[in-house]
Design a protein around this ligand. Structure first.
Ligand code: NAD
Length: 296
């Protein structure tokens, strides 16, 4: 019998994940608060379910792709949520970039009901979700991960099991702290080289052949910045959330990380000129508006 998969949150990432699994032959149902997201998923082979309770109580595995930890806690632990309606043996795979504390809290409460919870935040953007090539950093008990694997293998290209529940979000927060830093440091390097007479496209080629390369030089600048497309499908608001999560995590442990502190400050201050629905790559415009502005 085909595994019954439910997806809650059919946005830029969840919509692509649901469509990928439907294309690969899974029986996929989805729920979202947005009618537009439900219709878009339906057009890609996902059964839209408008009654969240009906979805939760009828699936073998439930994938969450929600904006923040607070949405995950609400969907999992509130009245009429997974804790009340999930069947015993259900596996919840949370792909939201959330917090380790929320993951551990939710996992502990669901476990008491015989429901497993895995945190498996992702990288690779909407394209990675829609093609099943994204990567996952996973926090899970071995046995739960083994049970979820037939579905995870079909929705991602790379899976790194980094530890027990919560560890996936620690790894994802560390990853996005670096990505947030690399976007700004690369913008500064390109701006410096442009002032010194080197063309940005040529510089990127040079950086990618050298030790300064990163996701910013290999993907973000060539795909979304230098062509001024700014259409990555990842918003400024969500990246500011992730940078805030990194600051909260290091502050909670009283760590002195001066560069990360400065990066967090730059992203926080960027709300003065960049709205939450802007593309996250637009942060580079604060380094050099003339070089990176859309109108140039
Ligand atoms: P999104 O805003 O496009 O999608 C989120 C969806 O969740 C929306 O359709 C919204 O209507 C729905 N939603 C919100 N609250 C809900 C609720 N209570 N019940 C049901 N649906 C609800 O966001 P996204 O870009 O898809 O990101 C989802 C998560 O993945 C975030 O945590 C983000 O940080 C992370 N992420 C995003 C990317 C990316 O490139 N977009 C990459 C990696 C990780």
């Amino acid at each position: 019998m085909a595994i019954k998969v439910g997806v809650i949150g059919l946005g830029n990432m969840g919509g692509g994940m649901a469509a990928t699994l439907a294309r690969k032959g899974f029986n996929v149902s989805g729920f979202d608060l947005s009618e537009a997201a439900l219709s878009a998923a339906e057009a890609k082979g996902v059964k839209p379910v408008r009654d969240r309770a009906a979805l939760i109580s009828s699936v073998d595995i439930l994938i969450l792709s929600l904006p923040k930890a607070q949405h995950v806690e609400a969907v999992c632990l509130s009245a009429g949520g997974i804790i009340e309606l999930g069947v015993e043996g259900l596996i919840v795979v949370d792909t939201t970039t959330s917090t380790p504390e929320a993951s551990r809290r939710v996992a502990a409460q669901l476990k008491a009901k015989g429901i497993a919870f895995i945190d498996a935040p992702v990288s690779g953007g909407p394209k990675g979700a829609a093609t099943g090539t994204m990567s996952m950093v996973i926090g899970a008990h071995e046995a739960d991960l083994a049970r979820a694997m037939p579905v995870l293998e079909n929705m991602s290209g790379v899976r790194i099991h980094v530890g027990d529940v919560g560890a996936g979000n620690v790894a994802k927060i560390a990853n996005n702290m670096l990505a947030a830093c690399h976007l700004i440091s690369t913008a500064e390097a390109i701006s410096m080289a442009a002032h010194a007479g080197v063309d940005p496209t040529k510089l990127i080629e040079g950086l990618n052949a050298g030790s300064g390369r990163s996701g910013a030089t290999q993907v973000m600048f060539p795909t979304w910045v230098l062509n001024k497309a700014y259409d990555s499908g990842f918003t400024m608001g969500l990246m500011r959330k992730d940078v805030g999560l990194a600051k909260d995590l290091s502050d909670a442990m009283d760590l002195d990380l001066p560069l990360s502190r400065k990066v967090a400050e730059l992203w926080k201050d960027s709300s003065e000129t960049l709205a939450d629905d802007e593309d996250f790559c637009a942060i580079v415009q604060r380094t050099n508006a003339k070089l990176y502005g859309r109108g140039e």
